[in-house]
Design a protein around this ligand. Structure first.
Ligand SMILES: NC(=O)C1=CN([C@@H]2O[C@H](COP(=O)(O)OP(=O)(O)OC[C@H]3O[C@@H](n4cnc5c(N)ncnc54)[C@H](O)[C@@H]3O)[C@@H](O)[C@H]2O)C=CC1
Ligand SMILES: CC(C)CC(=O)C(=O)O
Ligand SMILES: [Mg+2]
Length: 357
């Protein structure tokens, strides 16, 4: 098969984890006889530095012309907390998602058997966790207008907007996933307070009735934040709006052991994009210490979702599990034992893939 992939490493640790993910992609393509073509584009702080635009037109065109997009992470501290900086790297990410129509962010959360003892949570809580967040990705408070400051700078405002169409399509996606899984959907909102959540709850009830074979329950987001940690095993599919999903998935990373372990798939109208859920981790950049597994597992999702190549995706997951079992891990999950470099973990995984029959 011909795989034509746009590669957007981004900023901070983005290029470092992407390098390892590309080595793994090449190893898999070599093993299964796929023809791989990659082309690199810029997004985020590096794109502002070069072209004064965090999501340049040529990057957008590159994404549209490709079969799938791999994205690392973006963001740089020089753009933080400076009200005079009108352009921010994060605007590049939001524009990329919006302009590519990437409305559905799939974030699987699974515990890894070899990391259970390293979790800050009790083993019996973490063991066997397997749920997936379906996060709405192109609406809500990150996109609503107006957003800004009053003239005197002392008042700021954001707007949260959701339309029926946006809510319906993400709910249908959640039920599609649930039907393939354990047939349970949990709708997370804040319908006791905010209007957009009340619309979510109303539409969720309508859609739930169209899927009688799927059990639906409803949780307010503050309660959900607690219950995800208290009883993570009982969840199957959680569906929620953009900002709640952003926050709850970072929280869920604690169950797996590190933010550096959670991959994601962004699916939508024009293409699909695969990215770790973490950011550019600026303190870790340039040190060869970042965990590359979230990015590598995002490649597994790419093989499965974008190319329907299940065996390839599974082999990557097996290789990641093998690296965890062999304790070839970066410092975020080494728990006082030897910490391996980002490149060492990537290369070990490639070697493991190569030696499989
Ligand atoms: N998708 C994206 O590109 C995202 C970008 N950001 C941006 O990233 C920058 C940093 O944001 P933070 O809030 O610090 O979030 P972050 O996700 O970059 O890092 C938070 C913490 O998680 C850990 N961590 C994250 N990724 C890791 C990895 N691969 N290996 C080991 N440990 C890892 C580190 O302890 C780090 O201090 C900001 O500019 C932010 O806007 C934040 C989230 C997502
Ligand atoms: C710029 C943010 C919305 C990115 C983020 O934190 C995420 O998508 O998880
Ligand atoms: Mg986030």
């Amino acid at each position: 098969m011909k795989l034509n992939i746009a590669v957007l490493p981004g900023d901070g640790i983005g290029p470092e984890v992407m390098n390892e993910a590309l080595k793994v992609t090449q190893a898999i393509c070599h093993k299964f006889g796929h023809q791989l073509k990659t082309k690199e584009g810029i997004v985020g702080a590096c794109a502002i530095d070069k072209l004064s635009d965090p999501y340049p037109l040529q990057t957008h065109q590159l994404c549209l012309e490709s079969d799938a997009v791999l994205f690392g992470a973006l963001g740089h501290p020089k753009y933080d907390n400076n009200p005079n900086m009108k352009i921010r790297p994060e605007q590049g990410l939001l524009r990329m998602r919006k302009e590519l129509g990437l409305y559905g962010n799939i974030r699987p959360v699974m515990s890894f058997p070899s990391l259970i003892q390293k979790s800050p949570l009790k083993a019996e809580i973490v063991e066997g966790v397997d749920f997936v967040f379906i996060r709405e990705l192109t609406g809500g408070i990150y996109f609503g207008e107006p957003q800004g400051r009053s003239e005197d700078g002392n008042t700021a405002y954001d707007t949260c907007i959701y339309t029926r169409k946006e809510i319906e399509r993400i709910l249908h996606l959640a039920y599609k996933f649930a039907k393939q899984r354990r047939k349970k959907v949990t709708v997370v909102d804040k319908s006791n307070i905010i209007a957009t959540s009340r619309l979510w709850r109303q539409i969720a009830k309508e859609i739930a009735s169209q899927y009688p074979d799927v059990e639906t329950d409803y949780l307010l987001v503050d309660n959900a934040a607690m219950q995800i940690i208290q009883r993570p095993k009982t969840f199957d599919v959680l569906v929620t709006e953009n900002m709640f999903g952003d926050i709850l998935t970072d929280e869920s990373a604690v169950i797996t052991g590190s933010l550096g372990l959670l991959p994601s798939a962004c699916i939508g109208e024009h293409t699909s994009l695969f990215e770790p859920i973490h950011g550019s981790y600026p303190e870790g950049a340039g040190k060869n210490i970042a965990n590359p597994l979230a990015m590598i597992l995002s490649v597994a999702l790419m093989f499965e979702y974008a190319f329907k190549l299940k065996e390839e995706g599974q082999l990557i997951r097996d290789a990641v599990n093998a690296s965890l079992e062999a304790n070839i891990v970066t410092e975020d999950i080494c728990d006082g034992e030897k910490a391996y470099a980002t490149t060492e973990v990537g290369e070990w995984i490639v070697y493991w893939i190569q030696k499989q029959q």
